[in-house]
Design a protein. Sequence first.
Length: 457
Amino acid sequence: MWFSAALVGFTHSKLFDETDLAVQNVYIPDFCEEGCRIYASVPEASIEIAKNIMVHDYINDKDSLYDISRTKGGDQKGYHEVERGNTQLTLINNNPGFVSAPLAVWIVRSDASNLAVSKVMDAVDLNTAPESLGVVTIMGAAPFTLRSKTEGPMILVATLSGYDSMNNEEDECTNVLEQLNDQFLSNVQVSVRSPLISFFFDEMDYPDSKVSLTAEVGQVNTLDFSGISFVASPGYIGCKEKKTFRSSLYDAATTITYSSYDRLYDVSITSSLYTDEEHPVTIRDKKNGDDFSWAGNTNNENAIVQQTNSLEIVWTRNVNDLNQFFLVRITPSNGQANPDASATTTIGSDDVTPEVTTVEAPVRDPGLGTTEDPEASTEAAEPERTTTVADAKPTTASTSTTTTLPSTATTARWTKKHWIWWRWHRRRTTTSPPTTTGGAQSESAFVGVALLILLLF
């Protein structure tokens, strides 16, 4: 029997990957004493393996991960429910040799934040009609391309974690997307190579705005500039423990290209990095012939690429340290006509045919690929650096240094984002009272902190 804390852990949930499950038993004591929901995502090629990995909670009968992954709850993804008072939970691998395969198991405690007001959807065949959305989590063990379209103004935030960690300061999850100005573009398109992505759409302040979501499973390497986006290292989670989700479906090399035929864009780029000098993130402005690279342990590398219609993000993983990561956020302007485009063309402004690569799920033998924690950085916070890449002629990128407030959890804790969250949470829980003691305590904490800040300022 093997006792597991899961490689990727949060305050109120655990996320297991194929390597975690390549043992006979994964024993999880005491975690589900308040009750749990168990979600599973199983790619088609992993079905036979998943049928032989069972969930045993000592109260209910055993369910396989395959059965759980195919459960539906109306228009949402279904789950296996662990009842309150159950202190023992075991995942049992009955496959010969305890072989595993690409899959994801997400176990969420019943006292988690946002549980009563969130939706969980499967990336497979995701195609929703326009509707009001608050907090929604999309789950997919295989890489997938996600698009959202917003009808009307909207404020949104996204993380590569579950709904329980989005506004939980203990988990310190990085926002991979953050659109806090409702006057700017709020459509989203992104190639996701992590098992969870969660969105907060502020439907309380924008009740007439509707959001639709679509996804297609498969690795897409070419996108356009029709929405805000991000590129992250495979398996990136971006929370406090800086752990990486492991999957044999994720390529070691990353190359994502954004392109448009007949429009030019100014593109704002922000980042979060933990990479060595031999594995930098390279950003190439293919129209103007400029490129620059970033490396280190920093959140302060920013850039503005001007008047481009082709931008490429390139990175290669350090196979000796799988916890190295990068995150690059892409925010394009509204765009303007490209004078180099043919006046007689009939191609749309962002008419790009994405190249979709279907990934097969190899079977994993037990004991492959464990990783060590990255060493904690002791360096002082760097000032924010902004690189401006000029348009028209290929030039050497000029770098200007400006000093801003350090982007630490303590100084940035109550930004506009957090006030929006707090207000939304208050309004939702006024009409939908918390169903657990933990939820009530969380609400009291929010009110206390807010009153303290009002007194200080």
